[in-house]
Ligand binder design. Structure first.
Ligand code: CO
Length: 625
């Protein structure tokens, strides 16, 4: 007998993949004890996009969430997804912030740290790996799996050996895009088992439907642990359903031994939540199935869809899907996982929308090409590198990218000041400054400790205490939902629960791409400018020799590269081809618009920080000089 162990991803990956990470604490609470009694190897409950989404969209403190889950699941190890030096954010953080974050996660309830780097660059995992070992956590080193000419079996084995050298307790094969096939799985798992010798954990997304076959082959090849989700949140972009996998492996040497009836009890609970909240179940569309051709992960597809919607160009999706593999090849085949999926995806959208490949390049893509994210898996197109770097030289391979980040924990602590009451508060601020500040301001001492939104109509505010009776709370919610009562308050001992019918503010946040690259942080403040410089309303006929620079995308127009900086150009400036003219913030990235030819700026047609449509004239210039 080689029973297979199972990790349940319902509370992290499954709702990140299907519900845009909008599962709330109150959805989880009533079922946690039952999930704890199943006998899972681990419950993946935290990290990935959940930290960001809880703060940004759900008005929940992610640390509270972790502590509450831990209290209700004492028997099962809790697991999180950590993006190496990016932690649960979208850019590198300094080493001391990485260390403190790992220690704080352990202290608040995480046992298993699954750590990955989008580029499989060991240097981006070193510091978190060390910190995990320091605090006695389980270090699961993950291989970001993809298919490309430079990703060979040997390259994966080499990386797995590096993970082992860093102290990995288990190796995870992380197939975020659904690119694994049964026979690729078998070969990879068998080699990992024989060459590396560590337990192997296989993480598949269902997407095109290969995952259950992969798991069967993985089990046969000696895999130790596989990832599944409850059926209500399985399939499609999520993991395969646990009920199916448990049933499939019965009467085999790999029988998980889990109680299928208990699993169905849990499934019924989640199905009811899903129906009450009118949330989607996982389905595989043709476009998802085509991952076997375009290799674009499901989560990325939904991000692309919302980007294109914003740009009023949903009909360009097929072109974008053709463009993505091209861009990916040109920049050395990065695996399409956060943040590379956003960077490659956005570049592809821009290439398609502007109709000119590589004419506009977001800062994140420039940073990647420079090497700031780590080493690209394969060689890049030299013409693009030359265009992006100009006379600058790429980052030396001896420099660990994370070591370049200089913002320290102490600086962050000073910045947030008295609003932070704990190391956890400061860390939250260090990772997501705007969201954390807003959260800490509205939840100062004396305010409610946690806010839970229930359903679409009802808003529950409660103070988390040990004596809280979730059944009673759910009864209350039902009462408020089905009556004209707008608010019910119950006070019992030291616990106070308010169930309130939500107004507009309490409605769930609109589903928007959760994963956003670094530049998403904040729109730039308006920088000073001389009003006579801007002549937006001028209707007078302009000389025929003037030409227009138009917005290649929908976005926000900025005249300067940074808050408070001087504008790139003023009326009368002589500009050379390739010189930056302005920034267009679009798709959460800062995109530099450059001059297409030499000329003189004759008019700045839009005010700073104003939204512009596709085709809006930004500048008039006179070519030549
Ligand atoms: Co995943």
């Amino acid at each position: 007998m080689r029973p297979i162990h199972i990790t349940d991803t319902t509370l992290r990956d499954a709702h990140q993949s299907l519900w845009a990470t909008r599962m709330q604490m109150a959805d989880m609470l009533p079922i946690l004890p039952k999930m704890d009694s199943v006998g899972y190897w681990s419950l993946e409950v935290w990290g990935g996009a959940t930290f960001d989404a809880a703060l940004r969209f759900l008005d929940e403190n992610p640390w509270d969430r972790l502590r509450i889950i831990k209290r209700h699941t004492p028997k099962t190890p809790l697991q999180m997804l950590l993006r190496g030096q990016n932690l649960v954010g979208y850019r590198h953080y300094s080493d001391d912030i990485v260390r403190r974050f790992v220690h704080a996660s352990k202290r608040n309830g995480i046992d298993v740290f699954r750590v990955f780097d989008a580029l499989n660059d060991r240097r981006n995992l070193e510091v978190s790996a060390e910190a995990i070992k320091e605090c006695g956590g389980h270090f699961e080193g993950a291989i970001s799996y993809t298919v490309s000419p430079v990703h060979t079996l040997d390259s994966y084995l080499e990386f797995a050996q590096e993970l082992k050298d860093m102290g990995a307790d288990t190796i995870c094969v992380k197939d975020m895009a659904g690119m694994l096939t049964p026979f690729r799985t078998e070969k990879l798992v068998r080699s990992l088992k024989s060459e590396i010798g560590l337990p192997v954990h296989v993480h598949c997304h269902y997407i095109g439907g290969m995952a259950p076959m992969n798991y069967l082959k993985a089990a046969e090849a000696g895999a130790d642990i596989i990832d599944t989700a409850v059926v209500a949140l399985a399939f499609g972009n999520s993991q395969p359903a646990v009920e199916m996998i448990v049933a499939a492996l019965k009467e085999s040497p790999y029988d998980s031994g889990l109680d299928i009836d208990l699993l169905f009890e849990i499934a019924e609970y989640w199905e009811a939540v899903r129906e009450r909240k009118k949330l989607k179940r996982g389905v595989t569309s043709l476009m998802h199935m085509e991952v076997f051709s375009h290799q674009v992960p499901g989560g990325m597809l939904s991000n692309l869809a919302s980007q294109l919607e914003l740009q009023k160009a949903t009909d360009r999706m097929p072109d974008v899907l053709k463009e993505i593999p091209r861009v990916r090849a040109e920049v050395g085949y990065p695996p399409l996982v956060t943040p590379m999926s956003q960077i490659v995806g956005t570049q592809s959208v821009i290439n398609v929308l502007t109709g000119k490949r590589w004419a506009v390049i977001p800062q994140e893509m420039k940073d990647y090409i420079k090497g700031s994210y780590g080493k690209a898996p394969g060689p890049m197109d030299e013409r693009i590198v030359a265009k992006v770097l100009g006379s600058e030289s790429p980052l030396s391979p001896d420099v660990r990218p994370g070591a370049l980040v200089t913002t320290t924990y102490e600086q962050m602590a000073e910045e947030i000041g008295d609003l932070a009451h704990s190391e956890e508060d400061v860390l939250m601020y260090a990772l997501f400054p705007n969201e954390a500040r807003a959260y800490l301001q509205t939840h100062q001492e004396g305010a409610e400790k946690a806010v839970f939104m229930m359903g679409e109509e009802v808003n529950t505010v409660m103070e988390e205490t040990d004596s809280m009776d979730m059944n009673q709370i759910h009864e209350l919610i039902k009462l408020v939902e089905t009556s004209d009562v707008s608010e019910v308050v119950i006070e019992e001992g030291d616990s106070r629960v308010v169930v309130r019918r939500g107004g507009a503010a309490a409605a769930p946040a609109p589903v928007a791409p959760v994963a956003a690259p670094a530049a998403a942080a904040s729109p730039m403040p308006v920088s000073p400018e001389s009003p006579q410089d801007v002549d937006a309303g001028a209707g007078a006929a302009r000389p025929t020799s003037w030409k227009a620079v138009v917005a290649p995308m929908v976005g926000t127009f900025y005249r300067a590269g940074a808050p408070g900086a001087d504008p790139f150009v003023k009326v009368g400036d002589v500009v050379e081809e390739g010189q930056p003219l302005c920034i267009l913030e679009a798709m959460k990235l800062m995109n530099e618009i450059t001059a297409e030819e030499n000329g003189i700026i004759r008019e700045v047609a839009v005010e700073n920080a104003k939204p512009v449509e596709y085709g809006t004239v930004l500048f008039y210039y006179e070519p030549g000089v």
